[in-house]
Ligand binder design. Structure first.
Ligand code: AMP
Length: 550
C-alpha cells in the first residue's frame, strides 16, 4: 500500500492475515408485493423476461410486439424513441441516433458522452433510456408495476462497467437486485430443467459487441462457474465492419472516394453489411449495393471471401477459448456440452470453430437471443426468495414461491467467480519501486472478502492513500486504476503499525473497501475515476425525467 506523498509511503511489508469467506448479499427494500424481471441489456438487442404464473420464464414482448428490442436510441427534441423505429431511422438521421452504447459503459463523461438539444448524456444515462423503454413496455404488457430487475453483463465486464450498469438500472427506476453474468444466466435458463444431470458446460457467448467464454459445472442443484475470459470489444459489429470496409475499398477503387467519411453513408452501408452478414449464414453468396454522392457500387460477396476477411476475428475467439481452458486447467475432453449464446453463434464459421475445438455436443434447444434474459428472470426470483428468507417478509406471489421453493432437492444455487484480479499498489522498499499486490485473485468464488495488514513505513504518518487497481499484472501501469481511498490515520502511530485493508467483493462483483488502523475501522468509498460521480446521479435523474421515452 502506498500513500500520497513519497515521505509517507507504507512498505510492501508485513502481511499479517489473509482470509476469504463467503457473505450473503442483503437487499434493503422493504415493500410488500414486488414484481421482478430479468433484463439482457445487449449491445445490439435487449430482451426482458419474467416468471409466469406457472413458474416458467417467459419473454415479455415490447409494445411493438417484438421479443427483442434493438438497443438503439433516437433523440427527437424531448422525445426519445428506443428500438426498431430508432434503428430504422439510423440511415435517415444518423446524427440523432445512439447505438452500441454498451461498449462505452464505465467510461467517465469526459471520455464518452453524446449531446442532444444542449444536454450531455453519459453512457449510463443512455443505457438508462433503453432500460426505461423496456420497463414501460413490460409494465404495459404485464399490467403491473415492475419494481425490481436483475440485469446481465458480460462475465468479463470489469468493476467500472458493472457499476455503470447498476447506475443505469437505478436511473431507469429499478431496484437492481443483482447484476449477473450473461453466461451464468444462459446456464440457468438451460439448466433449470436439467439439474439432475451432472455436467460441465462450455458457454460460448458471441453477441453484437462482446465475446465471453465461461466454463460452468452443473452438479445437483449447484451451478458453479469454473473459469471465464473474454473480450468486451469483440462482437458482431466487427464482422459487419469487415464487410463495410470491403465495400468501401471497392467504392474507393472505382470512384476514388471514401464513402465512410460521411456519417449517413456509413450508417447505410453498415445496415446493408449487417444484413449481408446474416444472409451469408444461410446462403453461399450475396450482393451489397451502395450509393453515395450520386455514385454506386455493387459487390458480390461469397461466404468464402467473407470468412477469409474475418478469419482474424475467429482466431481471436479461438485464442480466448484456449486461454480459458488453460486457466481452468481442463482439457477439451472434460467438456460435456457447449451452450451457444448470442446471435453471432448462428454463423457457420463460428460453429465450425466450436466443432474444431471440441467434439462435445452443442445444445440447440436454447434460443441464443432469449436465453440470457430468461436466466436473469430466474435469478430475480432466486434473489427475492433469498430476501424473503433473510427478512421474513413475503414479497413474492405465493404460487411463484411454491413453484420455486418446492422444486425437488431445493433451490438452485449459483456460485460465480471473479473475472479479474483486484489489487492494491504497494511500495517495495528493497527495489524502490511500486508493484501490485493481489488482494482478491481472478477466479475466486464470490461474494468474497480478503484482509491483509501492512505496516506503516514511518512514525506519525498522517494519511494513507490506497490505490485500487484491477488486472493480472504486478506492474501498476499494466492494470486498470479503479480509484483511490484516502484514509486519515490516527496521530502518533509508530513505524510499522499495522493498517488492515479489507476488500469486500459483493455478489454484483462491485468492490467495497474498509481500513482499520489502531482499532478504528472505517468503510471508505472508492473515489472511482470511472462512470458518473455520486453528485452527478441526481442531475442525471432530473435530466432523464424531462424526457418522454417510448
Ligand atoms: P446479441 O447481442 O446476442 O443479440 O447478438 C446480435 C448479433 O448477432 C448481431 O451482430 C447480429 O447481426 C448477429 N446475428 C443475429 N442473427 C445472425 C445470423 N443468422 N447470422 C449471423 N449473425 C447474426
Amino acid at each position: 500500500m502506498t500513500i500520497d506523498s513519497e515521505e509517507n509511503r507504507l512498505p510492501c511489508g508485513t502481511k499479517v492475515a489473509r482470509k476469504l469467506r463467503a457473505r450473503v448479499p442483503v437487499n434493503s427494500l422493504t415493500m410488500n408485493q414486488r414484481k421482478a424481471v430479468g433484463i439482457d441489456l445487449g449491445t445490439t438487442f435487449s430482451a426482458v423476461a419474467h416468471i409466469d404464473a406457472y413458474g416458467k420464464p417467459q419473454i415479455v414482448p415490447n409494445s411493438e410486439s417484438e421479443r427483442i428490442t434493438p438497443s438503439v436510441i433516437l433523440f427527437d427534441g424531448s422525445n426519445v424513441i428506443v428500438g426498431t423505429t430508432a434503428k430504422n431511422n439510423a440511415m435517415a438521421e444518423p446524427e440523432k441516433i445512439v447505438d452500441f452504447v454498451k461498449r462505452e459503459m464505465g467510461k467517465p463523461k469526459e471520455q464518452f458522452h453524446r449531446e442532444f438539444s444542449g444536454k450531455i448524456y453519459s453512457a449510463e444515462e443512455l443505457s438508462a433510456l433503453i432500460l426505461k423503454k423496456l420497463k414501460l413496455d413490460a409494465e404495459k404488457y404485464l399490467k403491473e408495476p415492475i419494481t425490481d430487475a436483475v440485469i446481465t453483463v458480460p462475465a468479463y465486464f470489469n468493476d467500472a462497467e458493472r457499476t455503470a450498469t447498476i447506475t443505469a438500472g437505478q436511473l431507469a427506476g429499478f431496484n437492481v437486485l443483482q447484476i449477473i453474468n450473461e453466461p451464468t444466466a444462459a446456464a440457468l435458463a438451460y439448466g433449470l430443467d436439467k439439474l439432475e444431470e451432472d455436467q460441465t458446460v462450455f458457454v460460448f457467448d458471441l453477441g453484437g459487441g462482446t465475446f465471453d467464454v465461461t466454463i460452468m459445472r452443473i452438479e445437483g442443484h449447484h451451478i458453479n462457474m469454473i473459469a471465464t475470459n473474454g473480450d468486451h470489444r469483440l462482437g458482431g459489429k466487427d464482422w459487419d465492419d469487415s464487410i463495410v470496409n470491403f465495400v468501401a475499398e471497392e467504392f474507393d477503387r472505382q470512384h476514388g472516394e471514401n464513402p465512410l467519411l460521411d456519417l449517413q453513408s456509413y450508417q447505410e452501408l453498415h445496415t446493408r453489411a449487417l444484413s449481408a452478414k446474416i444472409q451469408l449464414s444461410s446462403r453461399p453468396q450475396t450482393a451489397v449495393i451502395h450509393h453515395h454522392s450520386g455514385k454506386s457500387v455493387k459487390l458480390e460477396i461469397t461466404r468464402e471471401e467473407f470468412e477469409r476477411r474475418s478469419q482474424h476475428l475467429v482466431e481471436k475467439c479461438k485464442t480466448i477459448c484456449e486461454m480459458v481452458m488453460q486457466e481452468s486447467r481442463m482439457t477439451w475432453d472434460k467438456i460435456d456440452k457447449v451452450l451457444l449464446v448470442g446471435g453471432m453463434t448462428r454463423m457457420p464459421m463460428v460453429r465450425a470453430l466450436v466443432g474444431q475445438l471440441t467434439q462435445a455436443p452443442v445444445i440447440d434447444d436454447v434460443n441464443p437471443d432469449e436465453a440470457v434474459a430468461m436466466g436473469a428472470s430466474i435469478q430475480a426470483i432466486l434473489s427475492l426468495l433469498e430476501e424473503e428468507r433473510l427478512s421474513g417478509e413475503k414479497v413474492l406471489p405465493e404460487n411463484t414461491r411454491d413453484q420455486f421453493a418446492g422444486r425437488d432437492g431445493g433451490l438452485i444455487q449459483v456460485t460465480n467467480i471473479t473475472s479479474h484480479t483486484l489489487g492494491v499498489v504497494l511500495w517495495d522498499e528493497a527495489q524502490l519501486e511500486e508493484y501490485v499486490f493481489p488482494m482478491i485473485r481472478k477466479m475466486t468464488a464470490i461474494p468474497a472478502t480478503a484482509k491483509n495488514s501492512f505496516g506503516t513505513a514511518m512514525a506519525n504518518m498522517q494519511r494513507a492513500v490506497v490505490r485500487v487497481v484491477e488486472g493480472e499484472s504486478t506492474l501498476p501501469g499494466e492494470c486498470t486504476p479503479l480509484g483511490i481511498c484516502d484514509v486519515e490515520l490516527p496521530s502518533f502511530l509508530p513505524k510499522g503499525s499495522p493498517v488492515e485493508l479489507t476488500y469486500e467483493y459483493n455478489a454484483n462483483q462491485v468492490l467495497e473497501i474498509s481500513v482499520e488502523a489502531c482499532g478504528n475501522r472505517a468503510k471508505v468509498s472508492i473515489e472511482r475515476n470511472t462512470g458518473l460521480a455520486p453528485g452527478e446521479v441526481a442531475q442525471a435523474i432530473a435530466n432523464l425525467g424531462s424526457l418522454r421515452v417510448a
